[in-house]
Design a protein around this ligand. Structure first.
Ligand code: FAD
Length: 607
């Protein structure tokens, strides 16, 4: 008997980036959902950098939005600087990124959760998972929370981030906790062990935050946002909030000498931490060791919001002792007199190797138990949000006895992410890159709604207003395509003329003036559909060829050193795993389609 008992269809544990999307998605599907989290004031909290999006991550945010999620709407309302990265490259590489007003973002996510029908947000600390044996298999039935209460549900989604058995490190000092100022969660790790799950350790880190009043910006370089800020959400008409600049400064040889002299006090190098950190988000001490030949690294000074002087120093994630962090800034242009408001630290935590999950993110061991976010070995808010949305949706679908929603690698970056995780797992904190996707030309950020909103609507994840807006856009694209097909320039079909690289859309509009009636979004789709049709078709042919070649054998004595221009990471991983077929090589975590193409070309050249 418990002091209190509650019944739900779906429980989501943890209201970070995965948990909030999971709970909202489950509730949108009509499941009676509870979102239980340790502290209501940290719902949607950004543990690290105050930014959403970036290369490939921005694609995921657009996909989350196309599926009816929260992240895009929240950042559009609270962003302080918007930039479309890689604008000079082709549209497949365009990636939106925005600095957030950190506190405003967190409050906006909480507000969206509070406004969601079918959803109960509660401050609770979950201490244990409750299961029963049904038809010989373990089945989740609920969770126990601190204060002697039981929550029962058909499905539970665990999204506890970096909080499982977490230890924070700053130099020699160690504290229990998953994020500065917060505690850790041992009960859930214990429950997962008891249920037979394998758990491993990863680590991640965060840089110091400075008081902007004490920074001399005249010694730094100004980095403004875009003149025409592009929204993340397909529901946002325009970004109208004023934009704040970021600032750029650099480390130098003196800083590097200081860090080198203190490496024995860095937990990563003193042996105090032996778990793996994110290769692509290295600490400053890592960078100095790994890129010893460089005597300078860029640092981005990113404001944390409109109503605070706090500045995030992107590029100096560190767990060096406090006195070294203090001395380091004395040596950096513009930061000589800067006051540290929060010291950098690293955190080590348990994660659950994700091969223990099915493709819809339900665990193989316990029916009804879903896992999403950093607990699955990923890093990043966007990766967490994408998994959260699908785990929450699938928990609700499973609770209702419906078929799960699974996105393929050809549908979405979210499909690539989950397929990579459940098929290959990850030996370091996993973050998304465009190079992980083989269907890059079709998985663009601009067409995420055309790839996913119908799938989401069929599942019941999309509200009528979004669906109507989407249908209107499709009709516009259709109309625009007809106009373009009928138009002629210099006696040639306008569509053919558009395929010349030097042709601008303005020239097309001059020749086919009806096209000016289209919204900018619809016009862009008409343009890209026509301009890139040839590339997309070629890609499909290449994919078919790759699939045929998957069973090709790799000789046991194959020497990877002979493949010129193979990335170091790929070389190391091929050497370690020694795959026997191309199919096996493709499944190695971190191996990209480009690596496989190089390997194949080399094998083919050898006959
Ligand atoms: P979180 O956002 O951590 O949310 C977990 C939630 O679960 C929290 O709200 C917590 O209160 C709640 N919770 C935990 N235990 C319980 C319990 N027992 N009962 C109820 N609720 C519970 N990502 C990057 O991309 N780059 C970086 O450089 C980077 N650095 C980081 C540095 C630090 C110090 C930390 C902590 C994280 C860093 N991250 C970084 C990771 C990023 O913050 C996470 O990937 C992202 O927040 C994961 O989202 P999540 O929803 O899985 O977990």
């Amino acid at each position: 008997m418990f002091a209190a008992e509650y019944d739900f269809d779906v429980l989501v544990i943890g209201a970070g980036h995965a948990g909030t999307e999971a709970a909202a998605a489950a509730a949108r599907l009509g499941a009676k959902t509870a979102l239980l989290t340790t502290n209501l004031d940290t719902v949607g909290q950004m543990s690290c950098n105050p930014a959403i999006g970036g290369v490939a991550k921005g694609h995921i945010v657009r996909e989350v939005d196309a599926l009816g999620g929260l992240m895009g709407i929240a950042i559009d309302r609270t962003g302080i600087q918007f930039r479309m990265l890689n604008r000079r490259k082709g549209p497949a590489m365009h990636s939106p990124r925005a600095q957030a007003d950190k506190k405003a973002y967190q409050i906006e996510i909480k507000r969206l959760i509070e406004e969601q029908p079918n959803l109960w947000l509660r401050q609770e600390v979950v201490e244990d998972l409750v299961t029963e044996t049904v038809d010989g298999r373990p089945q989740i039935t609920g969770v126990k929370v601190k204060g002697d209460a039981l929550y029962r549900a058909r499905c539970v989604v665990l999204t506890t981030g970096t909080f499982l058995q977490a230890i924070m490190h700053t130099g020699e000092a160690k504290t229990q906790g998953g994020r500065a100022g917060e505690g850790t969660t041992a009960g859930i790790s214990g429950a997962l062990h008891r249920l037979g799950f394998q758990l491993e350790r990863f680590k991640t880190g965060t840089p110091p935050r400075l008081n902007g009043r004490t920074i001399d910006y005249s010694q730094t370089e100004r980095q403004p946002g875009d003149d025409d800020p592009q929204p993340f959400s397909f529901l946002t008409d325009a970004i109208t909030t004023p934009q704040l600049p970021c600032w750029i400064t650099h480390t130098n040889a003196q800083v590097h000498d200081l860090i080198r002299a203190n490496l024995d006090r860095a937990p990563m190098y003193s042996g105090q931490i032996d778990s793996t950190g994110p290769r692509y988000c290295p600490s400053i001490e890592d960078k100095i060791v790994r890129f010893a030949e460089r005597d300078s690294h860029q640092l981005f000074l990113e404001p944390e919001g409109f109503n605070t002087q706090e500045v995030y120093v992107n590029g100096v994630s560190t767990s060096l002792p406090r006195d070294v962090q203090d001395q380091m800034f004395r040596l950096i242009p513009g930061l000589q007199n800067a006051q540290i408001m929060r010291y950098g630290y690293a955190v080590e935590y348990d994660y659950c190797p994700p091969q223990q999950l099915r493709p819809h993110l339900e665990s193989k061991l316990v029916d009804g138990l879903f896992l999403a976010g950093q607990i699955n070995g990923t890093t990043g808010y966007e990766e967490a949000a994408g998994q959260g949305l699908l785990a929450g949706a699938n928990a609700a679908l499973t609770a209702a006895g419906r078929e799960p929603l699974i996105l393929g690698r050809e549908d979405a970056y979210m499909g690539v992410l989950i397929d990579d995780l459940v098929t290959s797992g990850t030996d370091e904190p996993y973050r998304m890159f465009t190079s992980r996707a083989e269907y890059r030309l079709t998985l663009r950020q601009d067409n995420a709604d055309r790839r996913l909103t119908k799938i989401a609507n069929d599942a019941g994840l999309v509200d009528p207003a979004r669906w109507q807006r989407f249908e209107t856009k499709l009709a516009e694209i259709d109309q625009g395509t007809q106009w373009l097909k009928a138009g002629r320039i210099e006696g040639q079909p306008a569509a053919k003329f558009l395929c010349r690289p030097e042709t601008t859309w303005q020239q097309i509009e001059e020749a086919v003036p009806q096209l000016r009636e289209l919204s900018a979004e619809a016009a862009q789709q008409v343009e890209f559909d026509t301009r890139y049709a040839g590339y997309v078709n070629r890609q499909q042919t290449e994919i078919a060829r790759m699939n045929r070649l998957s069973e090709k054998k790799i000789p046991a004595d194959f020497d990877y050193k002979n493949i010129r221009s193979l990335r170091t990471e790929a070389f190391q991983k091929f050497e370690k795993v020694q795959p026997i077929t191309i199919a096996q090589a493709r499944r190695i975590s971190g191996i990209t389609p480009a690596d496989i193409a190089l390997l194949l070309a080399h094998l083919e050249s050898q006959g």
